[in-house]
Design a protein around this ligand. Structure first.
Ligand SMILES: [Zn+2]
Length: 310
């Protein structure tokens, strides 16, 4: 819930981004973000339940805030089931339409996403009307250069995707892209935080973690995290390598050392991060990342391999 009967905030685990369902329109609900591929059945069930509760047979459209695998992994199955159109940010429209895997992020991050078809562009500056709601589309670069966020000024609600969580924000992917212009995307993170501050939502529905109303505290935490990364960009690279490995473990639950090494070697962004950090030894790098994750209590490791705790 989001304190508004026409806005359903469905908080999910970290493997699948949160989903938001906007009702209140005779044309059917809008479904924003669709989780990770391996959760597609769960996503279908959640959408089906929303449709039943509100007496609709299909969503009016699916929307993606950006095309990371945890936000668009249910698109294909939802489209197959309901035949509904998909609206995505304009910067990745052609890449998705042609399924250009070099331009899309799935291969680079060693993640999965089933092919889907976009139909319209969520253009920054546009307004998405749903019932009496008017959701303004804003560009939200930083975590992802193509990402958008949605803001409903009358309700004071913001769908922030991975630009702002209650505790921080998503990996700044342009900083770890091939031939990255180091630091440039940190400026975009700051500009997007400034935009969010200026819009001043009363409640934020983020891409991961719980919804929140204390905007000042969230912005302060994100700004201090940004300052930490900016002062020593290798910290961001290490954070990204651990976060992407953690994501991989969320998908697989456990991996042997050889499986883990193979995945790291075959995942381009992981190789770049190891090189950025100046570590030539792949095995030592893998062990270092795992030790980092065991310190936070998220994973356990022994001679056999690595597994999620709990
Ligand atoms: Zn993302």
């Amino acid at each position: 819930m989001s304190d508004h009967p026409q806005v359903q905030f469905i908080e999910r685990g970290w493997l699948s981004a949160n989903m938001i369902v906007l009702g209140g329109d005779t044309r059917g609900p809008l479904v924003i973000d669709t989780g990770y591929a391996s959760h597609a059945q769960q996503t279908l069930a959640l959408v089906e339940q929303q449709l039943l509760e509100h007496g609709h047979t299909a969503p009016r459209a699916l929307l993606n805030t950006h095309l990371h695998s945890d936000h668009c992994g249910g698109n294909a199955q939802l489209q197959a089931r309901y035949g509904c159109p998909l609206w995505i940010p304009p910067a990745e429209f052609e890449a998705a339409e042609q399924w250009n895997e070099a331009a899309l992020t799935f291969r680079d991050t060693g993640q999965r996403c089933e092919r889907f078809t976009p139909h319209a562009r969520l253009q920054p500056g546009d307004t998405v009307e749903q019932g009496t709601m008017q959701w303004h589309v804003h560009a939200a670069p930083g975590h992802d250069p193509a990402s958008v966020l949605l803001f409903e000024p009358r309700l004071g609600l913001m769908i922030s995707a991975d630009a702002l969580w209650e505790r921080g924000f998503g990996i700044v992917f342009p900083e770890i892209a091939p031939q990255a212009a180091l630091g440039a995307a940190f400026d975009e993170v700051e500009q997007t935080l400034d935009l969010i501050q200026a819009l001043s939502p009363r409640r934020v529905l983020p891409g991961h973690g719980p919804q929140f109303s204390d905007l000042a505290a969230a912005l302060q935490e994100s700004r201090s995290r940004l300052a930490y990364f900016r002062s020593e960009p290798v910290r961001h690279a290490l954070h990204a390598a651990k976060a992407l490995l953690m994501y991989h473990l969320l998908e697989w639950r456990q991996r042997t050392w050889p499986e883990l090494q193979t995945w790291l070697a075959e995942t381009p962004v992981q190789t770049r991060l190891r090189e950025q950090a100046g570590e030539p030894d792949a095995a030592r790098w893998a062990q270092g990342l795992v030790v980092g994750l065991t310190k936070t209590g998220q994973v356990a490791a022994d001679e056999a391999g690595v597994r999620l705790r709990g």
